[in-house]
Design a protein around this ligand. Structure first.
Ligand code: MTE
Ligand code: MO
Length: 384
């Protein structure tokens, strides 16, 4: 593979793998703004970054179980109504490094910053599919298609040099309320190469792996995508499954991400001064569920206090009120409290369906190291 034409990147990114390029910002960057700037947004790739230089010629072909294939050009996409959707992308491997400390897992090591929030601008997939005669709110296309597959142009070693691909159910793709986008903008700017220029899929509320970058083909298919990243990766297995007894087809591909919460204002194992300490971070849940509560403890879980939650400053955050909150976006939290002695600080969140996080990473260990959503714990040394 050719990595000689990679874009330049922000120098503060921590590089977890150079080729393919996988990197995350320092966690303090995540809480300094509600919308993460593109250059600090985590970058998760499985091959070299493709170059699309002739934007006039660039097109997405829509084919599969439909009557007529159609080539859709950028001008066709831009002609459709434009939506701006604020959505958090989270890699299923976020916090994998902490899981691997229990027992080795396979996959790129990630700290707590394989997650970020942006406003994505583009056309709704439900509008695009209408161009090929698939009506809104349908779960089966005329010729039996039940899933929508997205195929890229990058070259991934897991696909033997073939492109990255993924699929979502047709019912989600044709539901305007699901806000699935073919996005050409990120935070009001054209997408950059790292994040999928010129066009990518954004599937809000779902693990990042389904938001295919550098989109080239949309296939209407009867079964879900048979590609590596859907069938042999991004599935959660019980702790007893190992590389000898794994049966990939026994599990469904992960879609929605579960409730997650991380402290970003303090690094683990840091030394702080006794007195008032600000504890802040992010909480996010999949499927459009809001954040009902964030609990913080500064005594290792003996007592808890509730953190304040916010998205856009000045507007009080109310979970699941679409006038007051961005349903697909993370919620930042904050609490200021006194700390006098060495301790363990913990944060855990509850989503609007009442889902809670597992207390210990041990109990959710899985061989691919995905979905580490255990209570986030920070050890601090306190000096006078
Ligand atoms: N799309 C393509 N074409 N190639 C990829 O390697 N990685 C996926 C997804 N889409 C990937 C892709 C994964 S695993 C994640 S988490 C997100 O893109 C990351 O998106 P980002 O790099 O814009 O943060
Ligand atoms: Mo990912």
């Amino acid at each position: 593979s050719d990595y000689s034409t990679e874009p330049t990147r922000h120098s503060s990114l921590q590089i977890n793998s150079k080729e393919p390029f996988n990197a995350e910002p320092p966690c303090s960057a995540l809480i300094s703004t509600y919308l993460t700037p593109a250059d600090l947004f985590y970058k998760r790739n499985h091959g070299p970054i493709p170059i699309v230089d002739d934007i006039e010629k660039y097109s997405v072909s829509i084919s599969g179980l439909i009557e007529n294939t159609k080539q859709v050009f950028m001008k066709d996409i831009r002609m459709l109504p434009k939506y701006n959707v604020t959505a958090t992308l989270q890699c299923a491997g976020n916090r994998r490094t902490a899981m691997s400390k229990i027992k080795t897992v396979k996959g790129v090591g990630w700290g707590v910053s394989a997650i970020a929030n942006a406003v994505w601008g583009g056309a709704k997939l439900s509008d695009v599919l209408e161009l090929v005669g698939i009506a809104k709110l349908t779960s089966t296309a005329k010729f039996g298609g039940k899933h929508v597959e997205f195929v890229s142009i990058d070259q991934c070693k897991e696909e033997n040099g073939g492109p990255y691909k993924a699929s979502i159910p047709l019912s989600q793709a044709t539901n305007p309320e699901a806000d699935v986008l073919l996005a050409y903008e990120m935070n009001g700017e054209p997408l950059n190469r790292d994040h999928g220029y010129p066009l990518r899929v954004i599937v809000p509320g779902v693990i990042g792996a389904r938001s295919v970058k550098w989109l080239e083909v949309i296939n209407i298919i009867a079964e879900e995508c048979q590609g590596f990243f859907v069938q042999k990766d991004y599935k959660m297995f019980p702790p007893s499954v190992n590389w000898e007894n794994i049966n990939w087809s026994s599990r469904r591909p992960q879609m929605d991400f579960p409730i997650q919460c991380v402290i970003c204002s303090l690094e683990d194992m840091t030394t702080i001064r006794a007195g008032k300490v600000n504890i802040s971070g992010y909480a996010a849940s999949g499927g459009g569920r809001g954040i009902e509560r964030v609990d913080v403890s500064v005594d290792g879980g003996k007592t808890w206090m509730e953190a304040s939650r916010f998205q856009k400053s000045g507007i009080p955050y109310i979970a699941d009120d679409c006038n007051k909150s961005d349903k697909w976006a993370w919620v930042l939290f904050e609490v200021t409290t006194e700390i006098q002695h060495n301790t363990e600080i913990i944060a855990k969140a509850v989503d609007s369906a009442g889902n809670v996080q597992p207390e210990k990473v041990e109990n959710i260990w899985n061989l691919r190291g995905i979905l580490n959503t255990s209570w986030h714990r920070i050890q601090v040394q306190v000096t006078d």
